[in-house]
Write a protein that binds this ligand. Structure first.
Ligand code: NAD
Length: 534
């Protein structure tokens, strides 16, 4: 059992009472060490019980219309806005990040998506007509979506409000019941979400917050939900997928990243410097889409390094609320950042400004002479370090950016938007921004997710709601013919007719339209013959 961390965020503790072992989550604010509460940590029995309650709540929730469910998202959004300062304060106290960061990244992004579902979910989840093919003349095709059942949402600590509530809301509006396991580092935010959802009027049992660490997450997966939506590290994602495979539970994995920024010499220099500093250091680099490596065209490389280091040196570092960079709140995370930095310095990287570290606080570090032999360029650092490399031309920039195990996001900085789009298309990742950063996860209508070791699956947008739904194709034939032309008996005449149809349809360019007309008349002819035989 892990002991409580120095800063209170490695917070799973155990105590013995008789022969029974209770695990308790104790959360302490990284701002001032104030206790934020304790929560019992759920084991397999509690996970099974929560699953049973969710299965009970599911049918009546699923029976409601999407519009009816979506109305509650309006209520939830109003409640969050009415209690905005308290919600922001809770996030600041739990994570130590600044107020602006908490409001814009965690709360605003969540409100945007609640509003989107309120307006769009019913249209997105309405049955869709699909085209028929020639062989299916007379049959109409529709795709319909229905809820999966119970979805387990397992969330991380870095954006504890958005990354728990957005997938939970996506699953809920699609008609599922949700078991939400917040991070063991930020249980108070999980509890806050549960409370807000209850007070917004959602029926009992449709969203339950199940507190605990990795073992609790595993117990939830073993309770056989209909889907697991996991956001967290690549290492945990592998374990989640292995556990889910035992019962063939589908998983969606939103994992770590190593996002590159590609800066071309024609870019608006000041914007690129400001944007890349923000992308690298926002939330103290603890964002999945953080810029973790920059490639800069040789002509501006030295000037860029100086300018970004200068900007970084002026950022305010300290616990929130009025700060640019909060602390690195996990001991484990600080150790990774230290190790990556030591590895880079040992292999020839040099900091552009002297490195400054205090207890729990990391001032941003900009590194020159970075290479792909360094962990800081290949493994997720999740801290305020920006290693920089020079490139000669577009091909080299793309090759370096794609030379990674990860594939979450990337950014391209150039005044030539044609080049921006072209380079974006060549990058192996789930999303790319041109002359901007960290934007792709915030648009409720644009699908978000990763490639390679950054995971798979998409949420947000129509794709994000369909991901939480069963998809069914329904083909309806009025059935006025006694039987279809290709049904038995299979005669030589039927073979010849079908052969003519195939040849006419697929004889070459432009033949299809003509073929479709002929298919229509053949179909009419067959229909006449069949009628005569009846
Ligand atoms: P983590 O993997 O340590 O934990 C994430 C969640 O998984 C927690 O709730 C944890 O209790 C749970 N968990 C851990 N082991 C588990 C297991 N074996 N079975 C089930 N659940 C388990 O990650 P973290 O430190 O909380 O978050 C930081 C990581 O998340 C970074 O790698 C970051 O890049 C990634 N992240 C990705 C995205 C994205 O959208 N791709 C967004 C935010 C964070």
């Amino acid at each position: 059992m892990p002991a409580a961390g120095k800063n209170g965020k490695d917070s799973l503790t155990a105590r013995q009472v008789g022969t029974i072992e209770f695990c308790v989550l104790a959360e302490i604010s990284p701002l001032d060490g104030a206790p934020l509460g304790t929560w019992p940590s759920a084991g397999p029995r509690e996970a099974e019980a929560a699953m049973a309650r969710a299965r009970e709540a599911f049918p009546s929730w699923a029976m409601r219309t999407v519009s009816d469910r979506a109305k509650l998202f309006g209520e939830l959004a109003h409640l969050i806005v009415r209690e905005l300062d308290a919600v922001v304060d809770a996030i600041v106290r739990s994570t130590g990040k600044g107020q602006v960061e908490a409001l814009s990244s965690d709360v605003l992004a969540t409100l945007d998506i609640l509003h989107y579902y309120r307006k769009q979910a019913a249209a997105i989840l309405a049955p869709q007509r699909r085209a028929s093919s020639t062989i299916h003349l007379g049959t109409s095709f529709e795709v319909e979506w229905s809820p999966l059942g119970v979805v387990a949402v397992i969330a991380p600590w870095n954006l504890p409000f958005q990354l728990a509530l957005v997938p939970a809301a996506s699953a809920l509006v699609a008609g599922n019941a949700v078991l939400l396991k917040p991070s063991e580092r930020t249980p108070s935010i999980g509890a806050l979400i549960g409370d807000l959802v209850r007070r917004a009027g959602f029926p009992e049992g449709v969203l339950q917050v199940v507190q605990g660490g990795g073992d609790t997450g595993r117990a939830l997966i073993e309770a056989r939900p209909d889907k697991v939506f996991f956001t967290g590290s690549t290492a945990s994602g592998r374990k989640v997928m292995a556990a889910a495979a035992a019962n063939l539970v589908p998983v969606e994995l939103e994992l770590g990243g190593k996002d590159p920024a590609l800066v071309f010499a024609d870019a608006d220099f000041d914007r690129a410097v400001a944007g890349i500093a923000y992308g690298a250091f926002a939330n103290t680099g603890q964002v999945c889409l953080s810029i973790e490596r920059a490639y800069v065209e040789r002509a501006i490389h030295d000037r860029f390094l100086e300018a970004v280091a200068e900007l970084a040196a002026g950022l305010r570092v300290g616990p929130g609320p009025d700060t640019d960079l909060g602390p690195l709140i996990l001991d484990r995370q600080r150790e990774i950042v230290d190790a990556h930095l030591a590895d880079a310095l040992g292999k020839g990287a040099t900091p552009v400004r002297p490195i400054s570290r205090e207890q729990g606080l990391y001032h941003p570090v900009v590194l020159r002479n970075a290479t792909h032999a360094m962990k800081v360029m290949t493994e997720e650092t999740f801290g305020p370090i920006l290693p920089v490399m020079a490139f000669a031309d577009e091909d080299e920039a793309v090759r370096l950016a794609n030379d990674s195990a990860y594939g979450l996001g990337a950014s391209v900085w150039t005044a030539d938007l044609g080049r921006g789009r072209r380079v974006a298309s060549r990058l192996c990742c789930g999303s790319v921004t041109v002359n901007d950063v960290l934007k792709t996860s915030g648009n409720p209508d644009a699908p978000f997710g990763g490639e390679r070791s950054s995971g798979f699956g998409r949420y947000h947008g129509p794709e994000g709601l369909w991901a939480f739904s069963r998809q069914k194709t329904v083909a309806v034939t009025a059935g006025r013919l006694g039987r279809e032309p290709n049904w038995f008996p299979h005669t030589p005449q039927l073979y010849q007719t079908t052969r003519t149809l195939v040849q006419t349809l697929y004889a070459g360019e432009g033949a299809f339209k003509k073929g479709a007309r002929i298919a229509g008349s053949l179909f009419d002819e067959l229909r006449r013959r069949l009628k005569k035989r009846r």
